[in-house]
Design a protein around this ligand. Structure first.
Ligand code: F0G
Length: 482
């Protein structure tokens, strides 16, 4: 993706790729959308994709793949042990991250499971810029605790700070002193901090965190699932790296870490996951768990076709034309929304455009899940599927009370090279309509609430008949138009 200038002086994002395989989309009428949302228990995870127009739930496994990735899939060496595919992927990972060992796993959370099993002991704490849902669940299942030490500005919806995902270095030092280094199982940096709006971490911050962890002898773990966007931001927002190759930036991160893991559903635009380390001791402990939980050491639960696609996808991630696509489209959507008064997270991050549901739906209390309600309302108004990233995505406190999220966001993920600019404009128009009619949106309540990761499969109902009123207003305003 490149930002190019028109003669008028206007700058527009220009795609540096073309579509060669397409998928037909379906936009059901508003009354059907309402019915489908009810059937899905007002949980966008439970919608069927056939009823979704633009799927902005996630970029996980949904980035467009390249012709070269598909070509590579044809040479997959499907053998249980010792497959050539494994060695090809290992070589690419070693080249890109400069680390010695690669352990395959079926996706990002499987890596978190293995890392937590070897590093977390009951009563220890993992310090991190911010948690991700599955990360926290794995650490707490092992009896550990998670503590977030992101800079204060990271939790402000509106800011001008270029690296809002940064670790607060003073808090890091303070917590090491307070807890004692022997009680810290590891420190974790999450690239492209997911739950606070896809906000990046600077290299300066990564270096400083690594320096402290090395001096204290604390293991440093890097979640590289959202590294592609973060690399783009390091290159475009951190002066020192303006002329540094993406692969060189990635290798520097590799040099600073004890463990790196990733979801290949995101990084590498494929499916699968992996753990990297140069530490002999940790490697041999993790190596025992891979065949037990994932699959033999040379496939780790992945299909070899996906491993081939990951190897090529990773090399393609080293290309600014490829990794700039999501951040540039996120900015295009967020800018249009801001122009219409819609509150969005700033600065614009990676992964997707994040709407501030707390301000959008200020009449809905956090206990009635404003971000969940907004995601449901948006589907009714547009067929666009976003994802709640707020209180619903939290787990209740041990005493059963709600843990209110620090941010109430609706994420409109922009998978790489999937949507067109006119589709982005459609989303902006429908969100703006919803904003004008925001008072029609009401709250939600659980009817079926699982204990663990409830946002994935829990079902809810609307508090009152607001979805019907919203659908009627939509039909009045748009007539026959979908
Ligand atoms: N870490 C981060 C930062 C993630 O964003 C994800 C997944 C994972 C770990 C887990 O990886 O899905 O392969 O098991 N995020 C997806 C999302 C689910 O939609 O944001 P996984």
């Amino acid at each position: 993706m490149s930002n190019v200038k028109f003669r008028s002086g206007e700058t527009i994002p220009l795609e540096m790729h073309k579509a060669r395989i397409v998928q037909k989309l379906n936009l059901p009428p508003a009354d059907v959308r309402l019915e489908k949302m009810r059937e899905a228990g007002f949980n966008t995870f439970l919608l069927k994709n056939r009823d979704v127009f633009l799927d902005m739930l996630t970029d996980s496994g949904t980035n467009a793949m390249s012709d070269k990735q598909f070509a590579a899939m044809m040479q997959a060496d499907e053998s249980y042990a010792g497959s050539e595919t494994y060695f090809r992927l290992e070589a690419v990972l070693q080249e890109v991250f400069g680390m010695k060992y690669f352990l395959p796993a079926h996706q990002g959370r499987a890596c978190e499971h293995i890392i937590s099993r070897i590093l977390v002991t009951p009563g220890t704490t993992a310090l991190m810029n911010y948690h991700f849902t599955t990360t926290k669940a794995h650490i707490t299942l092992m009896g550990g605790a998670v503590e977030e030490i992101i800079i204060d500005e990271g939790l402000k919806v509106k800011s001008e700070l270029p690296f809002k995902g940064n670790m607060d270095i003073d808090k890091l030092k303070g917590e090491i002193k307070r807890l004692g280094k022997e009680n810290i199982c590891f420190v974790r940096i999450e690239a492209g901090t997911n739950l606070v709006g896809g906000q990046p971490v600077s290299m300066e911050n990564i270096r400083e965190t690594s320096r402290i962890c090395r001096a204290e002898g604390i293991k440093l773990v890097f979640d590289a699932s959202l590294l592609a966007d973060n690399l783009y931001f390091i290159k475009t927002r951190e002066k020192e790296f303006a002329n540094v190759d993406i692969v060189e930036i990635t290798r520097e991160i590799g040099r600073l870490m004890d463990v790196i893991y990733f979801s290949a559903r995101k990084l590498g635009s494929s499916r699968g996951g992996g753990i990297l380390t140069s530490d002999d001791g940790m490697f041999s402990r993790m190596r025992e768990l891979v065949p037990l939980y994932e699959g033999f050491m040379t496939y780790g639960g992945m299909s070899t076709r996906d491993m081939e696609a990951t190897a090529v996808g990773l090399m393609e991630t080293m290309d600014m034309d490829v990794i700039s696509q999501t951040p540039i489209f996120v900015a295009a959507l967020a800018r249009e929304l801001q122009a219409k008064g819609v509150p969005v997270v700033t600065p614009y991050g990676g992964l997707g455009c994040h709407i501030d549901a707390r301000e959008f739906c200020e009449h809905i209390t956090q206990e009635e899940y404003p971000a969940g309600a907004l995601a449901a309302a948006l589907y009714i108004a547009s067929g666009v599927r976003g994802m709640e990233r707020g209180t619903l995505s939290e787990q209740r406190n041990p005493d059963g009370s709600e843990r209110l999220a620090e941010m109430e966001l609706v994420r409109l993920a922009i998978p790489r090279r999937v949507f067109t600019l006119s589709q982005i404009q459609f989303v902006a128009d429908r969100v703006a309509w919803l904003y004008e009619n925001r008072k029609l949106i009401g709250g939600l309540k659980f009817t079926d609430e699982p204990k663990l990761l409830r946002f994935f499969i829990g079902k809810l109902d609307s508090i009152g008949g607001w979805p019907e009123t919203l659908m009627k207003k939509f039909t009045e305003d748009f007539g026959d138009s979908l």
